[in-house]
Design a protein around this ligand. Structure first.
Ligand SMILES: O=C([O-])CC(=O)C(=O)O
Ligand SMILES: [Mg+2]
Length: 392
């Protein structure tokens, strides 16, 4: 196998939405196209990074694209003569020290996605099928559980608009929804909680009072005191999960929160390596029977690293079913179906065209099936494919 060319670009995913920590007015994504040939075949794989981290054109141009294009055929070919994303990953990470992952994990993740897309295209199979065959004893799920993430803060958006938004998600076939909390601007904790409880209760009313259909997301805004104050107020609702209540790298505060809050906690979208994930598992006090892990392969060194993370989880007594990746993209959806995760995020109204799944694949009962398209399936998602094709 030989890396023929690697092209990169930057695409906007900006919008006026905000969570409790950032707004998305200047959000961008890196896009890449990696062309590979070997065994008389040629394929171009595409990759991008999901929302929350910005495009990484500098890191790509200075380090990771040159290392990938200079990788030898032996480095990118496995023992069966196939394209080897793990070998390519090792070539890209040469001369990178451990620790301090920063945003190089985003740059590597973009290229890793493209390599897996190319690997599956070279074999003429969807990525979920390749993953099931290579790593899951041939077993793929029929469909993935997905939930509708939204409920962002938006200028002038009140409770009525929030409820209308959630109603649209239910109409699209989702049964579980997620909303932002903790972002009331310029107010104290008491006022913010009062406002959020009114927002939460309005959405719960729409959901027939069933807390298992609602997730709330703090985006790492709270310190321990605020997280515990909210936890006490949220507990009676028995929500599906309480997401990123605390700084993602402050593991011991998670352990304290988990002692005081019985229902599920979700976190992990801002942990970018297997080792960071392992620290969360070792020190975060999370509970393998209920908590949710949201590591996003498109932000955290890609699927080569995500496979290491899944292995680590199994060694620590966690099932892959506890994983529901962040990002709402087709890459993680393939991984969810092929490797038997607990599901995947979905953004029905935000982060287009990178969020969202294949056209013509409807959500039914909060589940989405996979098309039989070789690779990740970008060719079956017109808006995204148009952006990716701009690199050709
Ligand atoms: O608002 C964001 O940064 C995205 C996010 O947390 C999520 O999808 O869970
Ligand atoms: Mg989140």
């Amino acid at each position: 196998m030989r890396i023929v060319s690697v092209k990169q670009g930057v695409a906007p995913i900006s919008s006026a939405i905000a969570n409790a920590y950032i707004d998305f007015s200047k959000m961008t994504a890196s896009i890449v196209a990696v062309t590979v040939e070997g065994n008389g075949k040629r394929a171009t794989g595409y990759g991008f990074n999901s929302n929350g981290r910005y495009a990484q054109p500098g890191l790509l141009a200075e380090r990771f694209v040159p290392r990938l294009t200079e990788a030898t055929e032996a480095q990118v070919t496995d023992a069966q003569g196939r394209l080897d994303p793990a070998g390519a990953w090792a070539a890209m990470m040469k001369n990178e020290k451990p620790g301090g992952h920063g945003e190089r994990s985003v740059a590597v993740g973009v290229l890793d996605m493209a390599l897996w897309d190319a690997a599956a295209k070279l074999e003429g199979v969807p990525l979920w099928r390749l993953l099931a065959d290579r790593y899951n004893g041939g077993k793929a799920d029929d469909a993935a559980w997905v939930y509708a993430a939204g409920g962002y803060y938006y200028p002038g958006k009140g409770v009525d608009q929030l409820v209308e938004e959630m109603k649209r998600y239910l109409g699209m076939g989702y049964s579980t929804v997620k909303m932002k909390i903790g972002g009331a601007p310029g107010t104290g904790l008491k006022e913010a909680l009062t406002e959020d409880l009114a927002r939460i209760e309005a959405v719960l009313k729409l959901l027939g009072g069933d807390g298992s259909k609602l997730c709330v997301d703090v985006n790492g805004r709270f310190g321990l005191h605020a997280a515990l104050t909210y936890a006490a107020a949220l507990r009676p609702f028995n929500l599906r999960w309480y997401e990123e209540p605390l700084d993602p790298l402050d593991y011991s505060t998670h352990a304290t929160l988990a002692e005081h809050y019985g229902p599920p906690i979700a976190t992990g979208e801002n942990l970018f390596s297997m080792l960071d994930a392992r620290n969360l598992i070792r020190h975060g006090g999370l509970r393998p029977d209920r908590d949710i892990l949201q590591f996003d392969p498109a932000l955290s060194y890609g699927l080569v690293e995500y496979l290491r993370t899944l292995q680590m989880l199994v060694e620590h007594g966690w099932s892959p079913r506890r994983c529901v990746p962040h990002g709402g993209h087709q890459f993680a959806l393939n991984i969810a179906v092929g490797l038997g995760l607990g599901g995947n995020e979905s953004y029905p109204e935000v982060f287009a065209p990178f969020g969202g799944f294949a056209d013509d694949v409807p959500v039914r009962d909060s589940r989405v099936a996979m098309p039989e398209v070789p690779g990740i399936g970008f060719e079956a998602k017109n808006d995204l494919y148009a952006v990716l094709r701009s690199l050709d």
